[in-house]
Write a protein that binds this ligand. Structure first.
Ligand SMILES: [Zn+2]
Length: 414
C-alpha cells in the first residue's frame, strides 16, 4: 500500500506519531522491495512504491545511515550514457545465523540482507537419537567458524532455526519431534545460551520454513497461495494463504501427514491407522520399492536412487504407487486450500522425476475441477536448503518489518 507523503491533519502530537508511523512503514516498504527484488534505481523504487522522489531520497538516506543499503553504480548498464545509480541492500548490515535440525543432518548458514549467503555447512548424521543439549553443541561447533569468519563490520541480528517437529514459536519450545526423539525440548533457550548475544532466536517447523522460502525465494513471483510439502520420514506441509503463512491458533497447522487417507492401511507412529505418511512417507517409499522393512535413512535412500536411475521395474512400480498416494493427498489439499502452486520438497524433490506422473494422476482424480484448473505441482527449486533459507528469512523478518527499530525487541514474528 503506497502511503501518502503528507500526514493527516490533527494536533501536533498526533501528527508527529502519524508521521513516525508512516516513515517506519515506508522504510519497511523500500527495504522489503530491495531485499526480495534485488538492486533498483531510486526512480524505479519511487515508481513502484508510489512515493515521491524527495521522500525516496530521505528514506534511502536513513536506510544508508542504518547501514542497511548502499548506493553504487548499475550492475548492468544498458544503453548510452552514464548508468543510473542502483540502491543495493548491504548484506553485512543485517546478518543472521540460520540453523536446520533435521533427522539426517544438521546445517548452518550465515545469511545477510538480500539473501546473501556468506557461508554454509551441512553435517550428515546417523539416526541415533541425541539429546537436545548434544544437538545444540553440535550446531554451535558447526556455526562458530562461520560466525568468526564474518567481516568485522557485520551486525548479527538474530538466529533462525528450523526443526523437524511441532514447535511453539513464542519461545522456541519443540513440543514433539518424534524422529529426533524429543519431547518439550527448549531448543530456543538452549541455542540462545550458546550462540546469541541478546539477539532473538526464532524457532519454527521445517515445513513452515520451507513454504516461507519457496514463497519468497523459490521463483514464484506474484503467487499468493502456495503449499509446500516436505517429504521426510513423515510428511509436513507449510501453507501460505493470501501471501501470509497459515500457522493456526498456536502455530501447529500443517500436520497433514496425520490426515486419514486409508482406513484399512498401516498403523502410524502417532497411534492412528492409515495416516497419509504411512502410505507416502519414507518408510512407505522404501517398503513399496522393495528396499526391505528395516531400511531407513540416507544410505537406503542412496541405494534406492541408484536402482531408480537404473530403471529397475519393481522400483519404478513402487515409486508410482507412492506417487499415487502422494497425489491423492495433494488433491485433498488442493480442494481444501485452492493453492496456485504446490511445491514438492525433501524426499519428493529428490525423487520427483519418478513420482511426478503418478502424483499428477492421483491429484487430478481427487481434486475438484475448479481448483485443479488453477494449480501447478512443481518440484522445489531450493532443494535441500529450503528449510535453511526459510530460517534465514524468518530471522531477518524483524529487520525488514521495522528497519529503524531493529535494535529493539522484535514485534510479531512470522
Ligand atoms: Zn499418524
Amino acid at each position: 500500500m503506497p502511503t501518502s507523503d503528507t500526514p493527516p491533519d490533527g494536533d501536533t502530537r498526533r501528527t508527529g506519531v502519524a508521521t513516525d508511523e508512516v516513515r517506519r512503514h515506508n522504510l519497511a516498504l523500500v527495504l522489503r522491495r530491495l531485499h526480495f527484488a534485488g538492486p533498483l534505481t531510486r526512480s524505479r523504487l519511487a515508481s513502484i512504491t508510489g512515493l515521491s522522489r524527495s521522500t525516496m531520497a530521505d528514506l534511502i538516506g536513513e536506510l544508508s545511515s542504518l547501514d542497511l543499503v548502499v548506493e553504487g553504480p548499475s550492475l548492468t548498464p544498458s544503453g548510452p550514457g552514464r548508468p543510473s545509480p542502483m540502491v543495493h541492500t548491504r548484506p553485512h548490515g543485517a546478518v543472521v545465523l540460520a540453523v536446520e535440525l533435521a533427522v539426517d543432518s544438521l546445517a548452518v548458514a550465515t545469511v545477510g540482507l538480500g539473501g546473501h549467503v556468506f557461508d554454509r555447512r551441512r553435517l550428515e548424521r546417523s539416526r541415533e537419537h541425541i539429546s537436545p543439549e548434544e544437538a545444540v553443541q553440535d550446531v554451535a561447533g558447526l556455526a562458530r567458524p562461520l560466525l568468526d569468519s564474518l567481516p568485522p563490520n557485520h551486525r548479527l541480528v538474530g538466529v533462525g532455526v528450523g526443526v523437524a517437529g511441532i514447535t511453539r514459536r513464542s519461545d522456541g519450545l519443540v513440543h514433539l519431534a518424534p524422529n529426533l526423539g524429543w519431547r518439550d525440548a527448549p531448543i530456543g533457550r538452549l541455542l540462545a545460551a550458546e550462540l546469541s548475544d541478546g539477539q532473538p532466536v526464532m524457532v519454527a517447523n521445517e515445513a513452515d520454513l520451507g513454504a516461507l522460502a519457496e514463497h519468497r525465494r523459490g521463483g514464484h513471483p506474484g503467487v499468493r497461495h502456495l503449499i509446500y510439502i516436505a517429504g521426510e520420514v513423515g510428511i509436513g506441509a507449510g501453507i501460505i494463504a493470501d501471501d501470509e503463512p497459515l500457522l493456526g491458533a498456536t502455530g501447529y497447522a500443517g500436520e497433514v501427514g496425520h490426515a486419514l487417507i486409508n482406513p484399512g492401511g498401516w498403523p502410524c507412529g502417532c497411534g492412528a491407522t492409515g495416516c497419509w505418511e504411512t502410505e507416502a512417507g519414507e518408510a512407505a517409499l522404501l517398503r513399496r520399492t522393495g528396499s526391505g522393512d528395516a531400511a531407513t535413512g540416507l544410505a537406503a535412500l542412496d541405494a534406492l536412487s541408484k536402482k531408480a536411475e537404473a530403471g529397475e521395474g519393481a522400483v519404478l512400480a513402487g515409486m508410482a504407487e507412492v506417487g499415487r498416494w502422494l497425489g491423492l493427498g495433494v488433491g485433498n489439499l488442493i480442494n481444501l486450500f485452492n493453492p496456485e502452486v504446490v511445491v514438492l520438497g525433501g524426499l519428493y524433490h529428490r525423487f520427483y522425476r519418478f513420482l511426478a506422473p503418478a502424483v499428477g494422476q492421483g491429484a487430478r482424480s481427487q481434486a475438484l475441477a475448479a481448483p485443479w484448473s488453477r494449480v501447478s505441482i512443481v518440484p522445489s527449486r531450493l532443494g535441500v536448503d529450503a528449510t535453511l533459507i526459510g530460517a534465514a528469512e524468518l530471522a531477518l523478518s524483524p529487520v525488514i518489518a521495522d528497519p529503524a527499530g531493529a535494535g529493539r525487541a522484535p514485534v510479531f514474528l512470522r
